[in-house]
Design a protein around this ligand. Structure first.
Ligand code: PLP
Length: 439
């Protein structure tokens, strides 16, 4: 944000004294937003401690598909709080109901376990893949993010000179853990085949965001996900679709429903519970039964908060709404309206841009076409423009995260007016950024 924006440094300073950096996730440590203190959120909006309201297209990296504080979700959580609490033994009727619905909706799910985060779900997916195969290696793709654990903490948003070799996102990871992860370019079938030719007998799992939304939006080429399915099946490796973002947001059955390609395991999170902390791991029953929730089974699986009644109530209320109201129609229509509007804005301003996305997810890369297929294509994005105009957008009360390659999200609570306001604010923000020399 520019200096003109009034910040509440007193609260933010208090935060920094007791919270390292003043925020509770490295992904919230955003240049220019160090003093942002959020005091309210409702529907499509949040408010900061200076009283400024923003139309929120960041949407907490994706969970609130229905909008913040959806009244039905909030009521269900409150009702659960009146009758149940976390007991840490047995199972609740809500967990059974939720597992039945997840297995009914998501094609690959024969059985499912709940976690509190997506990272736990992907961690356990890789653990059980190694347990089942007795193999060491996992394959991930440049640009995909699967959470904070060591096996996958590499090669998300890499500088140009780091693409094509190991690029850990953290220090403190054992080199032998990094060495056990092969990183390949997304949409590169030949690279996948070559990796299996060389290492096939040692590859436990391939994990992939079927649509890598952690770098905005790369859509899978026809045949790419099928090639992953074919190679993993041929070599006895476990195929994991990480649908933490795509699950429920793009379709009730996730990208696997849309693509018709069924992985062995699926990880879910974010939109399932509209913002309450949830993750899920499901898939083939023979794999899922290796977890220690089955007596005597070898792959340890635990979590004090797994299946928390408040979270389960939130998930059930979210699913009810997704199944009975035209949520997807609404967010898809708004996504199309925004993409069309933004395309016109960039054309009018004569600024090369690729406006892309899927359904409720949109992103404008500041670069000339064609539509990017792989991470290397995204290195053409003008980072200064991308971040600069998003910072100025906030000055107009419209929030897209000012970080390179981040996607934005539409919720059921956004209106056509909100969409038009985003487009208009973008026109001004981009024009001002150009006038300032593109930063
Ligand atoms: N997988 C994907 C595709 C994600 O986008 C994320 C988080 O952004 C995760 C896994 C990790 O989920 P969580 O942050 O809930 O641990």
């Amino acid at each position: 944000m520019t200096a003109a924006h009034p910040h509440d440094t007193e609260l933010a300073d208090r935060a920094r004294r007791v919270i390292p950096g003043g925020v509770n996730s490295g992904q919230r440590s955003i240049p220019g937003l160090a003093d942002l203190v959020i005091t309210a959120a409702d529907g499509a909006r949040f408010t900061d401690s200076t009283g400024r309201e923003y139309v929120d297209y960041h949407a907490a990296f994706g969970p609130p598909l229905l909008g913040h504080n959806d009244p039905d979700v909030t009521a269900a959580v409150a009702a659960a709080g009146r009758t149940l609490d976390l007991c840490g033994v047995g199972v609740t009727p809500g967990e059974i109901d939720l597992a039945e619905q997840l297995c009914e909706l998501v094609p690959s799910l024969e059985q499912v376990l709940l976690t509190s985060t997506g990272s736990e779900a992907t961690f356990h997916a890789l653990r059980v893949a190694r347990a089942a195969t007795g193999r060491r290696l996992v394959v991930k793709f440049q640009g995909c993010y699967h959470g904070w654990h060591d096996s996958v903490s590499l090669n998300v948003i890499s500088a140009p000179d780091r693409v094509g070799r190991h690029d850990p996102i953290s220090t403190g990871i054992l080199p032998e853990v990094l060495d056990a992860t092969l990183v390949l370019p997304f949409n590169d079938i030949e690279a996948v085949r070559a990796a299996f030719t060389e290492h096939g007998a040692d590859i436990a799992a391939v994990i992939v965001e079927p649509v890598p939304h952690n770098v905005g939006c790369l859509l899978p080429d026809t045949g790419f996900l099928q090639a992953l399915r074919d190679e993993t099946s041929r070599h006895g490796s476990v195929l994991v679709f990480d649908e933490v973002i795509t699950g429920f947001r793009h379709a009730l059955g996730g990208w696997q429903q849309l693509s018709g390609i069924t992985p062995d395991l699926t990880t879910l999170g974010k939109a399932i519970a509209n913002g309450y902390p949830v993750g899920a791991l499901g898939g083939r029953a023979d794999l899922m039964q290796l977890f220690s929730t089955t007596p005597g089974a070898p792959a340890f699986f635990a979590g004090t908060y797994n299946g928390h009644p408040a979270v389960v109530a939130a998930a059930l209320a979210t699913l009810r709404k997704l199944r009975t109201e035209p949520v997807h129609e609404h967010v898809f229509a708004l996504g199309d309206r925004i993409r069309a509007g933004l395309t016109d804005v960039f054309a009018e301003l004569n600024l090369p841009a690729v406006v892309t996305g899927y359904g409720s997810v949109f992103v404008s890369y500041l670069m000339s076409g064609p539509v990017p297929r792989t991470y290397a294509d995204l290195l053409r994005n003008d980072v200064g423009m991308f971040i600069g105009y998003r910072r100025r957008l906030a000055e107009h009360g419209v929030f897209e995260l000012p970080l390179n390659l981040k996607r934005s999200h539409v919720s059921y609570a956004h209106t056509a007016d909100d969409a038009d306001r985003l487009v208009e604010a973008t026109r001004t923000a981009v024009r001002d950024t150009l006038a300032a020399g593109g930063i």
